[in-house]
Design a protein around this ligand. Structure first.
Ligand SMILES: Cc1ncc(C[n+]2csc(CCOP(=O)(O)OP(=O)(O)O)c2C)c(N)n1
Length: 293
């Protein structure tokens, strides 16, 4: 469970077009416009997001892992939160449950040092590391250079092997730095110096992996440039393809009535009434049930 890490879905072969359909909430959106644009779920890809409230994903992951173990299933769970989110109570109850029930779970904490405008110190970074918190709960914990792709892979693999061997939960802190803003609507110049970004010593993870692969003769600049271009092209053409299913504001979304469906096997009378009323009001207001498409 995670409301981030879309890269996992891409790595597992989830079609890019489905991701873009959901961003547009269009008529092909697999989640029928019921979930936030980037909060994907796909049972076939063992990936789900329930809530975007920070740190709620941690008890969800621990609960899922406990259920898997109780059912005798061999699957393990993993989730990812930022260092700021570890200040939420949910994170701490998740750690308690994970330790007490020896849940086969990996709790990943991405310490990029900023929670929007709050420095990691507000979540306790100046007192101790985030990995050290795991130890207090009796959870094995690692702290890795989050900009070293191979170190991240090794740490995650170690934790997954532990969980699969029934050795219980692992907390991994990935120490990194958020060079850009939190989002495109965030302007970091309002809360930190522009120089800070230049002073970050651990580099860019993509560049580091690229340079490493070139150094060992497995990669070269030409292939890298070609791959960059190919990825950009793929996103562009897939976006165009997805736009045929509708973009925001075009009204090419799932029919209005579908928002009342899929919870109950049979729609209860009071929801049926609400649906009828809503549709009547739309017709009265717009002259049609589907005013935008
Ligand atoms: C309970 C809750 N409060 C506030 C938000 C809004 N919000 C979204 S991301 C974010 C910052 C999170 O910082 P951090 O946990 O360090 O993760 P980062 O985004 O830096 O990876 C905030 C405050 C939210 N989603 N949920």
């Amino acid at each position: 469970p995670s409301y981030r890490q879309q890269g996992i879905l891409i790595a597992r072969g989830y079609p890019l077009i489905e991701m873009i359909n959901q961003i547009y909430s269009n008529k092909a959106d697999k989640l029928k416009g019921r979930q936030l644009p980037i909060m994907y779920s796909s049972r076939e890809h063992s990936f789900f997001s329930i809530s975007g409230n920070l740190a709620t994903q941690t008890p969800q992951a621990v609960g899922w892992a406990m259920a898997s173990a109780i059912k005798g299933d061999s699957r393990i769970a993993a989730t990812w939160v930022g260092e700021g989110s570890t200040a939420e109570g949910d994170f701490h109850s998740a750690c308690t449950f994970a330790a007490v029930y020896n849940a086969p779970v990996i709790l990943n904490v991405i310490n990029n040092q900023w929670a929007i405008s709050s420095f990691s110190g507000f979540a306790g970074a100046e007192r101790t590391t985030f990995a050290a918190r795991g130890l207090g709960y009796g959870i094995a914990a690692l702290r890795v250079d989050g900009n070293d792709a191979l170190a991240c892979f090794a740490a995650a693999q170690w934790a997954a092997n532990r969980a699969r061997a029934n050795h219980g939960p692992t907390l991994i802190e990935y120490f990194t730095y958020r060079a850009e803003g939190h989002s495109t609507s965030d302007d970091p110049s309002g809360y930190r110096s522009a120089q800070e970004r230049e002073e970050w010593p651990l580099g860019d993870p993509v560049m580091r992996l690229k340079n490493h692969l070139i150094a060992i003769g497995e990669w070269d600049e030409e292939r890298h440039a070609a791959m960059d271009l190919e990825c950009a092209e793929l996103v562009k053409t897939t976006t165009k393809e997805a736009e045929k299913n509708g973009i925001l504001g075009h009204g090419l979304h799932h029919p209005f009535h579908t928002m009342f469906e899929d919870v109950y096997e049979e729609l209860p009378w009071h929801l049926e009434e609400q649906a009828d009323q809503a549709i009547r009001e739309r017709i009265a207001k717009f002259g049609t049930e589907r005013p935008f498409g």
